[in-house]
Design a protein around this ligand. Sequence first.
Ligand SMILES: Cc1cc2nc3c(=O)[nH]c(=O)nc-3n(C[C@H](O)[C@H](O)[C@H](O)COP(=O)(O)OP(=O)(O)OC[C@H]3O[C@@H](n4cnc5c(N)ncnc54)[C@H](O)[C@@H]3O)c2cc1C
Length: 308
Amino acid sequence: VREALGYASPLADAIFAVQGLGTFPIARAGSGEQKALLPRFRSGDLISAFALTEPNAGSDVASMQTTARKEGDAYVLDGDKCFISNADIAAHFVLFANADPEAGRRGITAFLLPKGADGLTIEVQDLSIDHPIGALHLRGCRLPASSVLGEVGGGFSLAMQTLDRFRVSVGAAAVGMARRAFDTAASHVRQRQQFGKALAEQQLVQAMLADMAVDIDSARLMVLRAAHAADTQEGSLSAAAAMAKLHATEAAQRVIDSAVQLFGGKGVERGNPAEALYRAVRPLRIYEGTSEIQRLVIASSVSKEYGA
Ligand SMILES: Cc1cc2nc3c(=O)[nH]c(=O)nc-3n(C[C@H](O)[C@H](O)[C@H](O)COP(=O)(O)OP(=O)(O)OC[C@H]3O[C@@H](n4cnc5c(N)ncnc54)[C@H](O)[C@@H]3O)c2cc1C
């Protein structure tokens, strides 16, 4: 993030100090006892995770089916989560369940769920890239009421606040990947000779490099603007973060695809940096809200923010 932003940002500090998605909700809404865990996350002693997605509730988060039933001074959780990053290495999950299904999204509540809780099983999922990820299965998983994170019924808002923040860092990661692809491809075309001169001297190649540079620079500026909104709380973070994530991840995909093209056959050879980035960048357009969902977030703020 630091490399992509290129300057010292409190947001970048926060991302490094706490482990992003799984710790921001604790820092934002946790009790004193829950916050006491943060130094252990900061040191890397403990890993955290953010468990929102379900088999039947991905983009439509509010339709989640995991329930939290109050029983005396405990909650009993039942349901399934999937595609949870860090699932197999996390010590704690910030897990979202509905404590009042009749209230819809207003019943969604965040819980701090320890890995060893009775009734929780974890199943590793296998992706096309290196990424620790898995599914959580909750069957009569009993947690003390002190495991509620923030307000009962405040989980949907907490999840959205968390995603707004970390969409900025997904954008920053996309910029970092695109810059790496650009650097390796630009260095390759300076050296590779075809038709009696370096590829970098062919005008069609120069046009590709120019388009890549414009994509990277525009994405970087949008990420910086969103990071500034996060740091200063000026303007709508939601819209700025959605725009930054949408543009940076789509732009990075284009830049990395061009880098693969500029390497020719070597671009699809396993171990080539462009080939590895080509696989690595793809999930960024899906997680923390797909590109289509970012467009919906942006559209919902267009009239307020841009006077349309
Ligand atoms: C590598 C990786 C890491 C992840 N890590 C986490 C994590 O740590 N925690 C977590 O909770 N989740 C995580 N996820 C899950 C991720 O957030 C979801 O996959 C994502 O939100 C999309 O949900 P879905 O897969 O159910 O797709 P769906 O919601 O079924 O969407 C399928 C397609 O339909 C489109 N679509 C849906 N609704 C609309 C609409 N209204 N208009 C237009 N198009 C629409 C989507 O954009 C998408 O293209 C991760 C996913 C991946 C791939």
